[in-house]
Write a protein that binds this ligand. Structure first.
Ligand code: ATP
Length: 356
């Protein structure tokens, strides 16, 4: 049965590695709920504490304070192998001397299931993960993607209440990462299992999650659905870390309204500070349009990078500095050459001013 995972006021302090300096506050007062059946990613730059948080949930690391609950049950003092959680590692951690089948049933054997039950469960999971035809292979005759499937199969065959992923796709090439993340998401949803998933890849996090937890320096910057995190970033850090962002000075002129360089925009943002406040607003590159005929701003094209589905422009905007602007479908739209003068307009409802 899937269980919610509840994290309350969780902290982890490590002794300083050289035994002299200050202690490292790797996880600071984190509160978080992953509802039963949700996939929640822990996302952030290197050193933000995401792995430490996951390892505490798994039981590999002891919290300094706070609570970890699966459902109603407090897990803090329960050994990792008794937590009803299974972990999929970046390094796969499968046994090279055992066949795929033996790897998959390894944990079940320790549970003392009957041979028939063992076989039924293993076959079902191997089917689900596309391993049926490889049952008798040795892992070292398999690609990285196939080995990661074995690691996934070995975790889900245990039917854990909680599935934990520690950067599972980091060792795979870009194309395979995309395929595997779709598969992982499909399997997780089909089984209705609660999952916590660590990654530093924001596209991966956006594409598979019900909820994204953005971490920075041991603290939570924002928790939200992918679209919320992207369109309504709570802080400058989140806006910058997720996708690309131009920051512009703006002034609040009324409910949901901003003024940028003398132009007024009805953004619809309902949590702006009081009229008269100075804020820094986020302009996403795709929320700016270019036109030879003019716009609210004028600029000159410094660089065009053709990326296939979009052309990314770097534009020196008069009085504003450099902005990044993405134009989709550049083959159809045509391209403004480097050095040309363009007018720029903003999509008012896409402008967002983070609170911090
Ligand atoms: P990465 O993506 O690089 O793995 P992360 O976000 O997962 O980074 P953590 O591995 O959780 O970050 O580390 C968080 C902080 O805690 C870092 O400053 C790290 O140096 C520190 N840290 C982690 N493990 C220990 C340890 N055993 N002893 C001392 N400090 C540690």
């Amino acid at each position: 049965m899937a269980q919610p995972v509840v994290i309350r006021n969780l902290n982890k302090l490590f002794d300083s590695p050289d035994g002299k300096g200050n202690r490292v506050h790797a996880v600071q007062d984190i509160n978080l709920v992953a509802k039963a059946g949700q996939l929640v990613t822990l996302l952030g730059p290197s050193g933000c504490g995401k792995t430490t948080l996951l390892r505490m949930i798994a039981g590999f690391e002891e919290p300094s304070s706070g609570d970890i609950l699966f459902g109603e049950k407090r897990m803090n003092d329960i050994a990792p192998n008794r937590r009803d959680a299974a972990m999929v590692f970046q390094s796969y951690a499968i046994f090279p001397h055992l066949t795929v089948y033996e790897n998959v049933v390894f944990g079940l054997r320790l549970k003392g299931l009957s041979a028939a039950e063992l076989k039924t469960r293993a076959e079902r999971v191997m089917e689900l993960t596309g391993l049926t035809k490889m049952a008798q292979r040795s892992p070292n005759q398999m690609s990285g993607g196939q080995q990661q499937r074995v690691a996934l199969a070995r975790a889900i065959v245990m039917e854990p209440a909680v599935l934990l992923f520690d950067e599972p796709l980091s060792n795979l090439d870009a194309k395979l990462r995309e395929t595997m993340r779709v598969e992982i998401r499909a399997i997780q949803q089909r089984l209705g299992i609660t999952a916590l998933y660590v990654t530093h890849d924001q596209v991966e996090a956006m594409s598979i999650s019900d909820l994204v937890v953005v971490m920075n320096g041991g603290v939570v910057e924002q928790i939200g659905a992918p679209i919320e995190i992207y369109t309504r970033p709570a802080s400058r850090f989140v806006a910058d870390f997720i996708g690309k962002a131009n920051f512009v000075a703006a002034r609040v002129t009324g409910a949901g309204e901003l003024e940028i360089a003398g132009n007024r925009y009805v953004t619809g943002q309902d949590d702006l500070p009081a009229a008269g406040s100075e804020v820094s607003a986020v302009l996403r590159p795709e929320a700016i349009t270019l036109s030879a005929a003019g716009g609210e701003f004028r600029g000159s094209v410094k660089r065009v990078t053709f990326l296939g589905n979009v052309a990314e422009y770097l534009i020196e905007v008069e009085g504003q500095g450099e902005w990044l602007v993405d134009i989709s479908n550049p083959g159809m739209a045509g391209v403004f050459p480097e050095g040309s003068q363009v007018g720029l307009s903003l999509v008012a409802r896409s402008i967002h001013a983070p609170a911090r």
